[in-house]
Write a protein of this length. Sequence first.
Lengths: 687, 687
Amino acid sequence: MKTIKIFPLLIIFFLATSCKSQKNHFRHNLMPVPRSFKIEKNKFVIDENFSISVTDKANRRVNVATTKFLRRLSDRTGIFLKNGFAYNKNEINQPDLKIKFNRPGKLEINENESYHLKIEKNKISIDAETDIGVIYALETLLQLIDYDENGYFIQAAVIDDRPRFTWRGLMIDVARHFQPVEVIKRNLDAMAAVKMNVFHWHLSDDQGFRMESKTHPELHLLASDGRYYTQDQIKEVVQYASDRGIRVVPEIDVPGHATAILTAFPELASRNRKYMLERNAGIFNPTLDPTNEKTYRILVDLFGEMAALFPDKYFHIGGDENEGKDWDASIKIQLFMKQHALHSNHELQTYFNIKLQKILSGYGKKLMGWEEIMTPKMPKTALIHSWKGVNEGLPAGQSLINAVKNGYQTILSNGYYIDLMLPASSHYLVDPIPEHARLTAIQKARILGGEATMWSELVTPLSIDSRIWPRTAAIAERFWSPKEVRNVRDMYRRLEETSFRLEELGIMHIRNKDVILRKLANNQSVDALEDLSDVCEPLKIYTRNKGGTEYQSFSPFSLFADACTADAPDALRFSNLTNDYVAQANASAKKQMLKMLKKWSKNHEIFRQLKQNPMLKDIEPLSVCLSDFSSITMKMLNGKKLDISEINQAYQHIKKQVADVELALVKPFKKLIKNYARKNKLKIKLN
Amino acid sequence: MKTIKIFPLLIIFFLATSCKSQKNHFRHNLMPVPRSFKIEKNKFVIDENFSISVTDKANRRVNVATTKFLRRLSDRTGIFLKNGFAYNKNEINQPDLKIKFNRPGKLEINENESYHLKIEKNKISIDAETDIGVIYALETLLQLIDYDENGYFIQAAVIDDRPRFTWRGLMIDVARHFQPVEVIKRNLDAMAAVKMNVFHWHLSDDQGFRMESKTHPELHLLASDGRYYTQDQIKEVVQYASDRGIRVVPEIDVPGHATAILTAFPELASRNRKYMLERNAGIFNPTLDPTNEKTYRILVDLFGEMAALFPDKYFHIGGDENEGKDWDASIKIQLFMKQHALHSNHELQTYFNIKLQKILSGYGKKLMGWEEIMTPKMPKTALIHSWKGVNEGLPAGQSLINAVKNGYQTILSNGYYIDLMLPASSHYLVDPIPEHARLTAIQKARILGGEATMWSELVTPLSIDSRIWPRTAAIAERFWSPKEVRNVRDMYRRLEETSFRLEELGIMHIRNKDVILRKLANNQSVDALEDLSDVCEPLKIYTRNKGGTEYQSFSPFSLFADACTADAPDALRFSNLTNDYVAQANASAKKQMLKMLKKWSKNHEIFRQLKQNPMLKDIEPLSVCLSDFSSITMKMLNGKKLDISEINQAYQHIKKQVADVELALVKPFKKLIKNYARKNKLKIKLN
């Protein structure tokens, strides 16, 4: 990683985004924000004659990207384009969009992904070193399309862009709940749209082994419930990713998280017992026996197959959460440790990891693993994946700092655990280079980037998109854009537009909400449920699945909680209005709040008219609570006299967790109560 | 096909569905209606201990079906089932659902697909000859799930069921617009849910060749725009279909509809010119040269590859719409015809077909083709696919009658062209055995069934589901249920429920409507557009794509017309209410109508508040028209005085086609105007 230079142009961009009242004001919806962005006069008007020329139409990535670009442009604008495909540069004289690039990009770290995009009155040009830069330029261009009643156009501008970090990843766990190829593909499309370039495929865990193995078919036949990717499908996904400039890093998690492998091969276990696919969530004891030569024989075969399928240099061996209980309990393993002077389970795991490293090295691969692999004897060629933090009782991302100080390359996932169901803002403000850390330039350069992690205990293909998106777009911006870009409210503004546009790529996060609500209502009107779900959020930080046993692999995952998302949209809106109202006594904010409150206060009446079923009964208390909150808050805003006990009761109610969700109005309610108490000189204590 | 016997039990079913006021009334939502259905007392209550035992868990179809059944049961009811998988019969003592079957079904015509389903207070049993019968029984069971506020249950009943026709197909054209594997898979799931058993895969046409060919890769590399199925994907689809009891019949359309093949192999053409993939819709001249030996050499290779991929006995060679113009224009071909005493293009095509038949026979396949292949010398082993009708200036399904009289087996598609965008009722009332035809039992038995046909000139993966479903479910009922089941209003009632439940299988017809509307509104509220689209229908019978050139392959297909569907739901509702009101002066109907009209009359106000763009401007006249119609109709219903010219003007407006849709309120409006004129003794002439 090179040190970051902020171009002077960036300042212009900041002016452009922040000054609402400025003349010639232009607010763009770009996400991630480019490195430099300069607005010019004029605009490029899109019409049916729109044409593209490219340096080399035979280039697969550019061919895929331009064809898809034209389809999206046409669908978005409704314009019947006459040219459905790009031309080779010699086939056309004056193309509207001229694309130049020098060479196909390599899918490896520190590849050139930059592009230069210039939009003028009558022409647009893209210049990039690699075809990957071209892909990103086209995505930026699509994000710039604007409209008025006369038509669609693009504001004239000059953009110079390149990423801050070279590793901008999304991990998807397909072990706990299998995600079919189409889920992966649509998410790869969405990743490319926000300029992410690493898909980390968590293929094996206690709950399933998801890859067809030709050398050891027991793995997928006995340990997947029939839900796995064929090798042909894996090739298809790798090609699909490559077409979008995305690397694919596979993970087989060993020696812990190995119940699935041991279901197929119990003889590799550290302890002799019956192994069956795990149906719960959590940390489990089944662990590979690192003293058994057969363990390595099978891994040699398996990694060999995978090395042929996955062209990427990096190979993720997991290595996390091995508590070593089964090692402690094994006389054979204890003896082995003594014989080999291995003084702790850490040392035994290092012994194991180093063997894997040699296997992988033989296949031309670099080993990477979760931070637990960073033990004193671990070779510096390994890449450390930092994931622990406050949840695990450690300082956030401490291992990242340790890693770079120890001379390892590293990437960060602590802070980007999207399955925690935290707001986008919390992820957005985590920088892969911790501010407090005093690092040298060389050490900083070892921080390659980060990965959002989608663990799948509680998601199925129906809900996974709404757990990944749109929040991952905010994380993508963190990985791509200059570090100074961190205005949360502007991020949320752009995120709303980005989220909407992800639908174009087949992402289901918006449309599947109604599918779940319709099911809950048995095809009755979903109006009341929609309004309710827009202020409810699923429980956070693993409190939804208490002890990991409430939800099992085959539990229902199309409940009300699954229709709700982090950053409940109406709650977010109400919260922003509350801030404006309390800080500035903003009359317009108050008016909008009252409108929302009025709607909510009547919502339970509508809810009650539905023919009830047990799932609706489960969420009825939420509906009641929203009505009560709304009535009281309306009274507060209108300056009516209220009883302290009444307020307190409503506040206690709103904090309650019901049906695995919470009303995301606690904070604004608290703020409004305090404001009301101050104005009315009431003493009220909220806890 | 055996002659149909109507069991006495069927009468009980009819009583049960038609007598609303009857005591112990039970209205089921089954679609297709089973052959016999008997309601019993009691009900089976579903709880978390629900368990299944099966004769043989190793049976793949039953394993897939029961696992999916449990997932759907759990998601639908929200019950945390303790048993996520079925047990082998010896593993469990008292299962709630006991499944017995004798053998795996064969995927061929006249296989036993029957089942017996008995629901009692504390247990359910399924008995079937084959695993295919088990699949259908499970689907019936899912359709029977009912609920009240205390929970989910199934009414006790005894069902004996088997299909009326053995060929219950859906054809999907993937040539004109490619449909990725996931589109095919979800439609296979939906097919199984309504007991359809043939997927006819139209793989090649003028606009694209969609199958990877290993012997002649030019076909998919040069003639698909990169959009084709790999052979691995085809195997995957065939297996997926087989798991659901569905046969897959491939079609390569020859000698006409051959532009794609000739794009790859121009030397096979009847005429020497440049060939490029067709971008328009229609009938085109490019035709294979039946006098060229290389034509057969390539088809031998291609059919050989396909014979290995598609285990089904039948192979569809198309054969339609060859107008022979390029044959007429070729001196070489004319000479050949003379030399071989072929006196017409028909005879030349028969010569060609017979050669194909021999090729296919060598691969163990039976030839089938569109009705044009039925020429005097065509061997009787061919299966005739009847498709022409009134649109083509012929009596409906005449070729079907001719075929069976000539001794051919046949299936019917005329009447089931779902791309015509006609109402479900029109397809529903077409019987595969024409009523007027005087056929012997042997002749009738040659009618194997029928196929709904989804031609894809105007559909993309975004809209295709809403063109196939729910109307195809009504066609599926026609193919499965006793012919006496033809109450249109009850069909529509059950179709609404069936349509909703198809969402569970991933069908996108409901959810993608809002996706298109959100796009049209650029993420503004879609309320006004939703209400408008619920009374608008896309233009019918190919009038949308005038001359086949208005829309090309890469035109935009997410316009307002693409959000609208046949059987516009609110228009259908209003139409039913109008019938009730006019026929019975029904006060409740009038009240409901006024409510709808009031909403519509205000809709344009909401529409106008949207920030406009060209796509919205295109549909504005519709919005205005709906408001005008509503105001006038409210006045008529309320007995206000109206001017004849005012009524006439509104009527002329409402008939106008705008933005490729029509307001589906013309008929009820006409009825209401006549009713008003009669009451007020006005003379009004509508045309």
